[in-house]
Design a protein around this ligand. Sequence first.
Ligand SMILES: *[C@@H]1O[C@H](CO)[C@@H](O)[C@H](O)[C@H]1NC(C)=O
Ligand SMILES: *[C@@H]1O[C@H](CO)[C@@H](O)[C@H](O)[C@H]1NC(C)=O
Ligand SMILES: *[C@@H]1O[C@H](CO)[C@@H](O)[C@H](O)[C@H]1NC(C)=O
Ligand SMILES: *[C@@H]1O[C@H](CO)[C@@H](O)[C@H](O)[C@H]1NC(C)=O
Length: 476
Amino acid sequence: MIRLGTTVLSLLSLATANERNYPPTWEGLDARPIPPWYDRAKFGIIIHWGVYSVPSFGSESFWLYWKSDEQKQAKYEEFMNKYPDGFTYQEFAKDFTAKLFEPKHWAELFAKAGAKYVVLTSKHHDGYALWPSSYSWNSMDIGPHRDLVGELAEEVRARNLTFGLFYTLSEWFHPLYQADKTANFTTQAFIEAKIAPERKELVLRYEPEVFFSDGSGDADYTYWKSTEFLAWLYNDSPVKDTVVVNDRWGTDMACNHGGYFMCIDRYNPAVLLEHKWENVMTIEKQSWGYRREATLSDYLTIQELITQLVTTVSCGGNVLLNVGPTKDGTIDPIFEERLMQLGQWLEVNGEAIYATIPWIHQNDSGISGVWYTEKDDAVYAIALHWTEVLALASPRKLFRASTNVTLLGNEDAGNLPWTVTDSSVKITLPAKATVKSEWAWVLKIVSTPTSSCTHPETHLRMLVTAALLWTVLSYY
Ligand SMILES: *[C@@H]1O[C@H](CO)[C@@H](O)[C@H](O)[C@H]1NC(C)=O
Ligand SMILES: *[C@@H]1O[C@H](CO)[C@@H](O)[C@H](O)[C@H]1NC(C)=O
Ligand SMILES: *[C@@H]1O[C@H](CO)[C@@H](O)[C@H](O)[C@H]1NC(C)=O
Ligand SMILES: *[C@@H]1O[C@H](CO)[C@@H](O)[C@H](O)[C@H]1NC(C)=O
């Protein structure tokens, strides 16, 4: 009932969103409801692509691990032994050709994977921009000589997927940033001369509906002028009504302020969170950027990916899954296979993922590996392991004579037999050989709402709705 109330309230706030003016304070900005497209989408793709895709060794943080005094690692220097003396990171850029980049193929693949939004690294911590930025070395001047952001945005949107951008605030070796850092961020040359105008240019030019801010942790949000930027984004930008943002806006902001909470990379708490959140994670376990030395065991299996998706969505999160393309602009078949498998699973089981809300229980209290979602009148039990008879403890009390259980993909087989015991409801699944789904199986549990009197929750929901409607009507 609380969830229903919250939904009605968010709709109300949205109805008045246009008239609202968000002040540049966290209290004001945090009160903005997250546009509903985002929670419904559940699954997006992020792409890490840039000059680091040329060495494509170790990590997207190649330059940092090669050159930074504090973080350098021997293996990067060894890797560079085969290059001429004095070779610089910037010299890799001319080989970032994107020669075989077909944005249409990428967008088609992401759509087939079942993703609903696509986020591209417009600029990573090396400072190289994938669009003709007026403030950065970029893909129009050196490398592909193409506007990679613009080209991908067009193809992604042509497939009705939402387009978003990752944008780093800090840059490892930018002299202005280094100077501000040395001054303990008491000076703001870098943010004023570069970041503030550049991020605005980016939004005005591409109208991203996700703004994934990164690299903010060293300095306070006041240094980054985060609240000023967000107030502009929410009040005056061309995406003010639809844009969603994360929480990387300065020291200690993650998991505290902004839009959805991303907290740390690969965050997946396995419990329900009050605030909307996202699990940003990689298919390849070690690196966000393409890494040529990765072997098969470095990639998550399809079972591991589905487990992440299911546990995240059950607990109210979205999954943003990373792909690292090559310098040529191709996506390795291992990534392609994982994405196609996710799409294959979602084709059958997407009903239990997209536009769902968390149920009262996130995972079963009796058996492990069963997670729940809810939509309309159905509760979905998602089993990560196959078993012929599934004994579910958490939904036992939902069951009444009229309750139907079906297996998604096998609706033709009709309702599945079930029996209620003292501690669980035992559901007999169809013969494995006849089952359409692979890797994880979804039971759809539907009970006819009989009468509100015998169904206390429905009764309460109606009361809450009536009370809310009354409030709304008297408001106008
Ligand atoms: C995108 O949405 C529009 C409008 O709903 C529709 O006409 C079009 O066919 C869709 N395109 C794709 C590729 O799904
Ligand atoms: C910055 O902070 C450090 C540690 O508190 C201090 O030692 C240093 O003098 C400060 N530098 C400036 C330029 O204020
Ligand atoms: C699942 O539910 C049980 C009991 O309700 C709980 O103890 C457990 O920590 C939950 N989480 C996972 C990941 O199994
Ligand atoms: C349950 O299944 C039966 C038989 O197919 C059908 O008549 C009935 O309407 C279903 N009930 C619900 C709540 O879907």
